[in-house]
Ligand binder design. Structure first.
Ligand code: BG6
Length: 285
């Protein structure tokens, strides 16, 4: 394995890994995986061509970590969207090769600034295993004396050849909340993106498969410790309104997020831990 820590912009440090199976890059801001590309494959994760590499903000693409709330804060719209750890400096604890691939561990914990936003004590650890598959394990530990009640997501942006020509399987017969219409519905069939979608699938632990005929591959997203799957594509108008989204960027991405959101809250008791895990692998069509 080869590893390099470089600054992609001032104070924005990125760990670049290259091993026998894949290359990957991980920003220390937010412990955000930015890139993952198995050898001889197109990149699996989508990273915006117009991304801003800001040491205090989440980057558009890869896998931002939404925690300890998903989306808007439930009671206080003034608090940051998707929680506060995606714009926080994480500590790089270790980088080691194992028989399963290269294992990278990052962590963060509460401090005065987080206590003001969310008055709780915690440690968070992200374990990333880079091989021909990408394994991500987010462990929340309650280091305080009262229960932690939270929502969260591994907000994964996937790279596809053409968003209008993919099919998303695995969410059939699942109830979802449409964040645009604000209504609950039931997904009857597989999903074919045709426009703006912001869908929160409830009570599902199923694998999701993104079938991409043009690139002759399927991306399989398996998960555990997750009861919710979120599917998002901002489509043309919303993408144009975002400074860090190239105008046509929506055409080559789709977010499929392993999450615990809305009523699928997680309750972590004092001295206990909870793990949200996702595994991303490629299959040929
Ligand atoms: C998705 C949400 O997970 O993230 C969307 O469901 C949101 O509602 C999107 O727009 C992007 O959020 P942000 O804060 O990274 O722009």
């Amino acid at each position: 394995m080869q590893q390099k820590l470089t600054e992609w912009s001032p104070n924005f440090e990125v760990l670049e890994i290259s091993n026998a199976y894949a290359t990957a890059s991980i920003a220390l801001t937010g412990a955000q995986v930015l890139q993952f590309q198995p050898l001889d494959q197109q990149p699996v994760l989508w990273l915006s061509e117009s991304a801003h590499f800001n040491p205090e903000k989440s980057t558009r693409g890869g896998i931002p970590i939404c925690w300890p709330w998903f989306g808007a804060h439930p009671d206080n719209a003034g608090l940051p969207s998707h929680g506060f750890v995606r714009g926080k400096a994480w500590q790089l604890d270790s980088v080691e090769d194992s028989e399963n691939g290269t294992v990278v561990v990052l962590s963060t914990k509460d401090n005065d600034a987080t206590q003001k936003l969310w008055p709780h004590s915690f440690t968070l650890e992200l374990r990333i295993i880079i091989a021909s598959t990408l394994n991500i394990e987010l462990t929340t530990t309650n280091t305080g004396t009262t229960p932690l009640i939270l929502t969260e997501a591994l907000h994964s942006y996937f790279h596809v050849s053409d968003a209008t020509n993919i099919t998303v399987y695995g969410l059939e017969n699942t109830r979802y909340f449409d964040k645009i219409s604000k209504e609950f519905s039931n997904q009857t069939n597989s999903l074919k993106p045709t426009g703006l979608m912001d869908l929160v699938y409830m009570d599902t632990t199923a694998d999701v498969i993104i079938e991409d005929p043009q690139w002759q591959r399927k991306i399989r997203i398996s998960k555990s410790g997750s009861q919710t799957t979120v599917v998002w594509n901002p489509w043309k108008d919303k993408a144009q309104a975002m400074a860090d989204f190239a105008n046509d960027g929506y055409q080559t991405m789709i977010c499929v997020e392993s999450a615990n959101a809305l009523d699928n809250k997680v309750n972590v008791q004092p001295n206990e831990s909870h793990q949200l895990i996702t595994q991303i692998s490629l299959e040929s069509n």
